[in-house]
Design a protein around this ligand. Structure first.
Ligand SMILES: [Zn+2]
Ligand SMILES: [Zn+2]
Length: 100
């Protein structure tokens, strides 16, 4: 049984993970619903009606809300990032194929 407090905590953690790491404005996000890659700038956003001082984000293509996972750092790659690797140029998040 998930309590309301747990639910809010999980939502906050998701917000933090969406914002942390790298340059968030250039970070790529994969929509789990339609597979489109977007950046925070191209996403739809609106104030969260449930949590003060928070935003919710939606896919610019299919309008699914909060269905984003981090995408591979390689610009043309359409896959989800599953591996994080420290490199001389900074931390990279990539799919298995693009791991440095
Ligand atoms: Zn979508
Ligand atoms: Zn990749």
């Amino acid at each position: 049984m998930v309590s309301k407090a747990d639910h809010i905590r999980a939502a906050r953690q998701k917000r933090v993970s969406l914002r942390q790491g790298g340059d968030v404005s250039t970070m790529r996000w994969l929509c789990k619903t339609c597979g489109v890659i977007s950046t925070v700038e191209s996403m739809l956003s609106a104030p969260n009606p449930f949590i003060e001082d928070d935003m919710i984000y939606g896919c610019p293509k299919c309008r699914a809300i909060e269905r984003f996972v981090g995408a591979c750092d390689v610009q043309e790659c359409p896959r989800e990032s599953t591996i994080g690797s420290p490199t001389p140029y900074g931390y990279m998040r990539t799919c298995a194929e693009h791991a440095p």
